[in-house]
Design a protein around this ligand. Sequence first.
Ligand code: ZN
Length: 245
Amino acid sequence: MNYRVDHIPKNTAKDRRPGLAMQATTITIHNTGNPSSTAANERGWLTNPSNDRTASFHIVVDEREAIECIPLNENAWHAGDGSGASSGNRTSIGIEICESGNYAKTLENAAELVASMLRERGWGVDRLRRHFDWSGKICPRLMYDNGKWTGWTTFKNMVSARLAAKEDNEEMTPEVKKMIEELQATVQKQNERIKSMEDQRNIPAPEWAKEAAEYYSPHMNPKTGSYDFWRALTIQYRKEKGITV
Ligand SMILES: [Zn+2]
């Protein structure tokens, strides 16, 4: 899906872009309430001279694109809960989901967009709000389901699934990378140690065991062994030959 920035001017009528600085703490989801308008239509409406409402939003998404209409570090009038410092209007990024065209595709696009925004901010789906949560308006209305809000649950699940899928594929953090490198170094060291222990189990007869080795040679296969093996063999040999040391 294409994401484009087309900010409305700061002097847009009806104070639709008030320019108040905002450090968003949540993302608020809306439906446009218009079954036929596209994202481009909604963007156009914000600067349409016949629009006399003080209402705006940050991003609008439809089946083919997302348009950022107000910078995400400025407020927009979308939550219907006034202008208090903790209002949705002053603390939340407003996303309008279009109702036109292929709505299933539009929802996919919205879920993808929201997931990427949450990920970017290190947020979970607990940061998502409905317009309803701020002002009680039945919005996003296509998720309402007669008050059961099943569509809202579905949408949040769609976002969660995308977050989880992305986490699996995500680049490793430097900490995890370091941990894995240390682990690999440890495994490498252990392998070398095991190898050298194996080597010690397979040494040829030392000088002091040569006689015994020669004696038992016809029965020995392989002709190598550990230090302890050569020692035991030598003791056996001396016993057999009555050699006392
Ligand atoms: Zn709304």
